[in-house]
Design a binder for this molecule. Structure first.
Ligand code: ZN
Length: 253
């Protein structure tokens, strides 16, 4: 029996193949600071399947230890995850570091520090992309980001026109408000199929969002199965963030 069509990832990839198209996935993993067993597990798993991973690294507390670990992770890239991942939200706003709660110059100064620190530490592994903590950023900051060197930013949800290009994630494996483990596997597959159907029409990408430090066994198992099912399909490619940044229009002078 065929799996139900709305959760059958292979069936939608077959449709890409029939259309002569490639389904592009990318993986963003948030909150890296230092090497940990969980980071090793992520890097080993992605490496085993040839899946590039964009690590959203928290600039203020990170340092050389992560640089040394990533020297053995050729498929990993590094992006700027805020500055300290500190919550500055004033009630009733949800947690955010890059909101309108502080003067804009203070926030931009932190982002500039984060950009400078991570680009100096990670060299060619660094990608000029801002990943706002909690996927939240005040739109008033966006027009100033290219001046700091950012080429794009990445939040959660469908891409929208904005003052800086978006390279977003669309499927989050974590059940943040319930079990704090893996979300229901069929729901995840349904979201992946739904996003792939959009990508088939728009040539967009599917961004998968993970948080290695808090994965339960079910998340690791889901990722392993997904990498296996997609990696062996001729119409699917896991692309690195450098390729996606390379596809962006050149920055305006
Ligand atoms: Zn985060």
């Amino acid at each position: 029996m065929n799996a139900r069509a709305d959760t059958d990832i292979t069936a939608v990839l077959d449709r890409f193949q029939e259309a002569g198209k490639i389904a592009r996935f990318w993986l963003r993993d948030d909150d890296a600071i230092d090497p940990t067993p969980a980071l090793d597990r992520l890097l080993d798993l992605t490496d085993a399947h040839g899946v590039p991973v964009a690590l959203a690294v928290i600039p203020e507390p990170t340092g050389e230890a992560l640089v040394e670990r990533l020297e053995n992770a050729p498929l990993a890239s590094v992006t700027v995850h805020g500055w300290r991942h500190a919550n500055h939200a004033i009630e009733p706003f949800k947690k955010r570091e890059l909101g309108a709660d502080r003067p804009i110059d203070v926030v931009l100064a932190e982002l500039s520090l984060g950009f400078g620190k991570l680009s100096a530490l990670h060299g060619s592994r660094f990608q000029p992309v801002l990943v706002p903590p909690w996927n939240r950023i005040d739109t008033a900051l966006l027009p100033s980001l290219s001046r700091l060197g950012f080429r794009a930013f990445s939040v959660y949800g469908p891409e929208k026109p904005a003052a800086l290009p978006m390279i977003n994630t669309h499927v989050d494996v974590m059940d943040w408000h319930g079990t704090r483990g893996c979300r229901d596997r069929d729901t995840l597959r349904r979201e992946i199929v739904s996003r792939l159907n959009v990508c088939l029409e728009t040539d967009g990408c599917l961004g998968l969002l993970t948080h290695h430090l808090v994965h339960d066994e079910a998340v690791w198992a889901f990722l392993g199965h997904l990498f296996e099912a997609t990696g062996s399909h001729p119409a699917c490619r896991w692309v690195g963030l450098p390729d996606l940044v390379g596809d962006m229009p050149p920055p305006e002078e």
